[in-house]
Design a protein around this ligand. Structure first.
Ligand code: NCD
Length: 308
């Protein structure tokens, strides 16, 4: 097993499949009255969040607690970070406290990679800037596999603000490793030139959502990340929704078996209408539940589970 999970590219097909299979076993714990396994008793997991988060932070906390680890939640707000403490000094503090795993979210792309040089424990990237978010890609793959029965050969459209999306990058890497075919869809201003070739050859790009929808098994909508946009990348929210929003009529263009995904948080009415978000085709709430099982599997496998 790998020591850190920093990128979708850290996972070969065998390792990714092992994580998904372990997650399926972890999911059975969620159905029990006592949702706890003793696997990580006595181990310490630190959640180090320098960026706002609802579901990812809670998900990692629930995952570590269900494995009986001791969990320390650190949020930059209210810490010495606001006094100017560097990531390195924070890392040395965590190291001194004996963290076995550090789950880190940071606005700077690459911050988890730096952290991995400074601590002895495992580092899990929970989202770094616009770069990567590998556990989100794993929970998305898990959701696709459990709904559609396989990943190899699936056609997946990833739609919207690809430019600012770490979810898109990690998904392209992981899905192509697992044999799915990804098409990135959005306005040309939000799809970086050469991204497909740089991440995974075989990834397609389209600027025409309506043309892509009838041929996909999965449509994954991305949040328009206005907090990361210094300039305007499209004329107006209305125009964006008209061209790239998933609404009722577009939902009906999908094949009957196709599913609709979104990592959350959603801009309802922008990239997705409430009718679509709340439809039976949507797996949005399931993705959140699956996130806990997948993160349990990641922490369990990275920390060596019962073998230490
Ligand atoms: C994503 C993130 O933070 O990268 N959300 C998540 O982790 N569930 C996507 C987003 O913020 O749009």
């Amino acid at each position: 097993m790998i020591r850190h999970l920093l990128s979708g590219a850290d996972l070969d097909a065998a390792t990714a499949t092992q994580i998904l299979d372990t997650a399926a076993e972890m999911a059975t714990v969620a159905g029990r009255e006592v949702k706890k396994l003793p696997a990580l008793r006595g181990r310490t997991v630190v959640n180090l969040f320098y960026e706002d988060s609802t579901r990812t932070r809670i998900s990692f906390e629930a995952a570590a607690k269900r494995l009986s680890a001791d969990v320390i939640n650190f949020s930059a707000k209210g810490s010495s970070v606001t006094k100017g403490e560097s990531l390195k000094d924070t890392a040395l503090t965590l190291q001194a406290m004996g963290a076995d795993a550090v789950v880190v979210r940071h606005p700077a792309s690459g911050a988890p990679h730096r952290l991995a040089d400074w601590v002895d424990g495992s580092v899990v990237n929970a989202g770094d800037g616009t770069h990567e978010h590998p556990t989100q890609a794993l929970l998305d793959a898990y959701t696709m596999r459990s709904r559609l029965g396989r990943l190899a050969g699936l056609s997946v459209a990833v739609v919207g603000d690809v430019l600012h999306s770490r979810v898109a990058r990690s998904n392209v890497l992981l899905l192509s490793t697992l044999g799915a075919k990804v098409t990135l869809v959005g306005p040309p201003t939000l799809i970086p030139v050469d991204i497909a070739a740089a991440l995974a050859p075989g990834t397609a790009v389209s600027y025409d959502l309506d043309a892509v929808l009838p041929g996909v098994d999965v449509v994954m909508m991305l949040r328009v990340q206005r907090e990361r946009m210094g300039d305007s990348y499209f004329p107006s929210a209305r125009e964006y929704a008209r061209r790239y929003g998933l609404d009722g009529p577009r939902l009906r263009r999908l094949p009957d078996h196709a599913i609709v995904m979104h990592p959350g948080p959603m801009n309802r009415g922008m990239e997705i209408t409430p009718e679509v978000a709340d439809s039976p085709r949507s797996t949005i709430v399931e993705q959140v539940a699956n996130g806990v099982s997948v993160r349990m599997a990641v922490l369990y496998l990275l920390l060596g589970g019962n073998n230490r």
